[in-house]
Structure formats: C-alpha cells, structure tokens
Design a protein around this ligand. Structure first.
Ligand code: TEU
Length: 529
C-alpha cells in the first residue's frame, strides 16, 4: 500500500452501499454487510473501493442530500462500523474512497433550517443562494436556470407570516439547496470535513458535481436547451467556472499534507476533453471520470475518436485518463448496448477494451456479474427525476437494485431476512444464474472474465499507463498494442474478422477458427522481438 502514485493505473470499484449487502436483515444494504462481503472485491482483484454516500440523509436523492457530512446514517451503521470496513479493506490491500458532496446539502441540514428561520437579509441565508423573485410580486424565479433533474432550479420559500418569500437555488432536487461557495464559512466547513475523514484513514474523495460549486456571480440567464446537449455543459453559467480551480488547488495542498498519496477524483459532467483536463492539472485533482467514454455508442469510429481525444487532452497535464463504463447514474452496460445476449456480449467486450486502455478505471458494482437494468415498478421508484419529469423519465433506480450473491430466488443472499422482507428494490426473478456464487463456479461467466482480466492487468508489464499505438484493422474493428507484447482487438462490427497475431490470453466470448466474432474482444500476447 506504499506504492507512490498508486492511482495512475488503479482499478476502483464503486460500491453503492444500500444495494451491496445487508448485514442486519432490514432489507437495506449497510456497512457491516459490506465489510462481510469485502472478500468479493479482494477476489475480483481491484485496487480500491469507493463508497457512495453513507451519511445521515432524508433520502430525497439516494443519499446525495446530506444532513451531516461527518456521521453515518443510522440504517447503515455507525462510525465504528465504517472504521471496521476501512480496516478490513486495508487488510486486503484495498484503498477506500468516499463521496464528498460539496455543491449542496439536504434541506434538513442545520444550515438550511437556520437560513429559512432567519428570513431575508440575515447572514444565515448567505451560505446558500437566496434571491428575490422577478415580476411584480416576485412570483417568477430569479433567472431561467433549470434543474438537472427537470423543472426550474429555483423554489420559492414561504415566510414566517405564511406569505410567499424569497427563492433559493437548487441545481438538482428542491431538497438539495446549492451552497454559496463565495461565503467563507462554506470552504472552511468543507476543509474541516476533509480533515475529519483524512484523519480517520480515508484514502481519497470522489468530488460530487465538481463542475458546479461556483455559479456566475451575476446569475445571468442560461438560455434555451439547458441539459439537452451535454457537450455544451461547460458553457452554462452555473458550470465549469474559473473559480473552481483555486479551490481544488487548495484541496490538493490539503490532502498532500497527509501521508499515503491520498486521492481526489472529480465527478465533473464536462464533456469537452480539454476543459475536463483543467481539473487534473498537476496541482489540482488526480483523476476526473471520463464520462465521454460512458456516453459513447458501441461503434468503431466513435469509440476510437473518444479514446484518442481523451488521451490527447490528458497528455499535456500528465494525468491518467480515468475510464468509466457504468455508474449508479447510468443504464447498465449490458442494457445500454442493446440488452439480451448481444448486449451482454458487448458489455463483456467493452470491459476487456476498457481494461486494456492506458490509465485508471472505475467499475460499478454488478457490472462484474453482467447485470441488466431492472424495470423498477412505478410504486417503488425513488429517483426524484420521476416526479420532476412529470412521470416521463423513470430515472436511475434500475441500476441500484441489490446484488444477487447466492441461491435461486430473491433476496439471493443479499439479506439474511426471509423473502417476505422487502429489499431496497425488488430483485428480478431471472437473476438466479447471475449470482456471484453461481458465476464463481463457471469459467465462462462474466465474473470469471473480470477476475481473469484484472489478474492479467495486475501482472502484465504492458498494462496501466503508457502509449497506445493503433494497428491497422478493418472497418468496425479496434486493434491496439500495449508495450512490446500485448494486443487488444475488439470487433464492434457485424462480421467475423481474422484474429490479430499472437497467443490468446483472454477472450470475452467464444472464438471460431482463427476469427474474432462480432461483439467480442480479445487480449493476445505477441511474440517479443
Ligand atoms: O450526479 C451528477 C449530476 O447529476 C450532474 O453532474 C449532472 O449529470 C449534470 O449536471 C447534468 O448536466 C451526482 C451523483 O452521482 C448523483 O447520483 C446525484 O443525484 C447528483 O450528483 C446530485 O448530488
């Protein structure tokens, strides 16, 4: 665990706590449950684990609405349970990252309660973004900004006298008021939060909505089409402002005061690769999720262009590209790539492709089992997107369904409770063959593929950072080499193609007569010269 710059080629597993493993039988995943299942991550062969928010929260947005940044939600355990999780992870050689959510708090946070109670003009309101409305009675929102979850980014308060009052800003749900990062009490508080966790032995932070903390000071209108064309995100007056960078420099200096190469990773929905690279300049964060890769469709010219653009943009700042195929906010890879056997074949091929690319990678829990997106029933939906979109968008719950561990029917070993205790979301009836237990026993399973890929990646001298020379290949095919001996070939087209030279180390699907079938990727060892 003392390897310097360990993060440059690290593979990190995203653990969504409520859907990973339930220890106490209430049907909700928790920290003791996660600790008991850490052997799964050790056997998988990842380098680190990132825990999504486990803080006290009224759960308006899956726990990304935080009431107390230095405590543990009672249904997930205690601070001591978290210490035990960290100690067990460290004993397995796994580093632990946690979520820091600095853009907003819960509306039940003491600061926001105080702001509402204090009324207009009080300094309590300055920690958030309160404004009078426009129009004759202040009945219109202060500007045209839209919430990323749909609808206006402003909600009007009701004064102590019961009359409509000021408006407050929330770029996400109304229960997530945005903080005012120009009020010095806000950065001071987050410095305290960072130190609290660093001193507790946390190895790094995933910075939520890292592109949004500072908004245009004049609150200028954003114009039509907000959130529709994500490639324009960096042009929005509430995203990607210059003032973010001095803050991240200060945070980098802070984490660098602690031993062990602690990590900052930006969750920034900035799709212009050059703009994204600014978050990982040498004195800012270490990594930034490469969401352009996650957003790319399955196809040869498109994926190749995204890979090239990402590598080109990061090269001048010296940061590794941080590849992402899936997250708790995205549709499961197997479903996104078409669903059914074909979607799964592509998801497996995409995993081999990603894990051969130079840089770091994040795996979302359940991807190693090849899980599909679940159609969550209307009355189980929790994602605020469902209400905010007037029931037109079902939201992200379908990738947050509890993992299947063993057995042939729900709860598939996720919870010690009986089948009559409802789990965090209802698991589908068809997951029996997909449990970690069933897949452990099958050499052709997706779990076996991930384990083998991560083993080779750990042991092969050519993996991790380094150049990526493309080799000539037919249309629809991506072929590149790593070091002087490794080749990755992925067939994204619809016809079999001849296999590249070398001995097959690992294949995402069956090979036939020296040919690479469609929707399949392979790693080959070339003879060294
Ligand atoms: O998601 C980030 C997020 O919602 C924005 O980056 C959004 O994608 C962008 O503004 C669209 O243009 C994070 C968490 O991963 C997610 O689960 C939370 O719901 C969200 O922040 C709010 O905390």
């Amino acid at each position: 665990m003392s390897e310097p710059e360990w993060w440059r080629g690290a593979v990190c597993y995203e653990l969504y706590v409520r859907a990973f493993a339930d220890g106490d039988g209430d049907g909700v995943g928790d920290l003791p449950g996660a600790t008991a299942r850490l052997g799964h991550l050790r056997d998988l062969g990842v380098d680190a684990v990132w825990l999504t928010p486990f803080y006290p929260s009224p759960m308006a947005d899956g726990g990304y609405d935080i009431e107390d940044h230095t405590a543990v939600a009672p249904d997930l355990g205690t601070l001591e349970d978290l210490d035990r999780f960290v100690a067990q992870a460290h004993a397995y050689g796994l580093r632990v990252l946690i979520d820091l959510v600095p853009n907003h708090t819960a509306d039940t946070h003491p600061w926001f309660r105080a702001a509402l109670a204090a009324g207009p003009g009080g300094t309590e309101r300055e920690r958030y973004v309160f404004r009078d409305g426009r129009g004759p009675d202040g009945g219109l929102p202060p500007n045209d900004w839209q919430s990323a979850f749909g609808g206006p980014a402003w909600t009007r308060t009701t004064g102590a006298d019961g009359r409509p009052g000021q408006w407050y800003l929330h770029l996400h749900a109304p229960e997530q008021p945005d903080l005012n990062w120009r009020d010095p009490r806000v950065p001071a508080e987050f410095e305290r939060v960072l130190r609290f966790w660093l001193e507790r032995g946390i190895d790094g932070f995933r910075i939520d909505v890292a592109h949004a903390l500072f908004k245009d000071a004049r609150l200028a209108d954003a114009g039509p089409g907000q959130h529709l064309d994500i490639d324009r995100n960096h042009l929005m007056p509430y995203y990607d402002r210059e003032e973010l960078h001095p803050l991240y420099r200060a945070w980098r200096a802070l984490v660098d005061q602690y031993p062990g190469d602690r990590l900052l990773v930006a969750e920034a929905a900035v799709f212009d690769p050059e703009r994204l690279a600014r978050y990982v300049r040498r004195d800012e964060m270490h990594q930034a999720f490469n969401f352009a890769f996650l957003e790319a469709r399955w196809g040869e010219p498109e994926l190749r262009r995204v890979i090239d653009d990402s590598l080109d943009a990061m090269a001048p700042v010296g940061a590794p590209v941080t590849w992402v195929l899936a997250s708790h906010d995205a549709v499961r890879t197997a479903t996104r790539f078409g669903g059914g056997p074909r979607g799964l074949a592509r998801a497996r091929a995409a995993a081999l492709l990603m894990l051969a690319l130079p840089g770091a990678a994040y795996l979302y829990q359940g991807e190693e089992l090849g899980l599909d997106q679940v159609e969550v029933a209307d009355d189980e939906i929790r994602d605020p997107v469902w209400e905010r979109s007037g029931h037109t968008e079902r939201g992200r719950d379908g990738c947050r369904v509890p993992l299947p561990w063993s057995g042939s029917r729900p709860p598939y070993g996720f919870s010690p409770a009986g089948p009559d205790v409802p789990t965090w979301f209802t698991q589908p009836a068809h997951w029996g063959p997909l449990t970690a237990g069933a897949q452990s026993a099958d050499a052709r399973s997706t779990l076996a593929l991930y384990r083998e890929a991560l083993r080779i990646r750990r042991e092969h001298p050519a993996s991790g950072e380094g150049p990526l020379p493309w080799a000539d290949s037919p249309a629809g095919v991506l072929t590149f080499t790593r070091g002087d001996s490794l080749t990755c070939q992925a067939n994204l087209g619809d016809r079999p193609v001849p296999l590249a030279d070398g001995t097959v180390l690992l294949s995402s699907g069956p090979l036939a007569d020296g040919a690479l079938p469609p929707d399949t990727a392979v790693w080959l060892e070339r003879p060294r010269h």
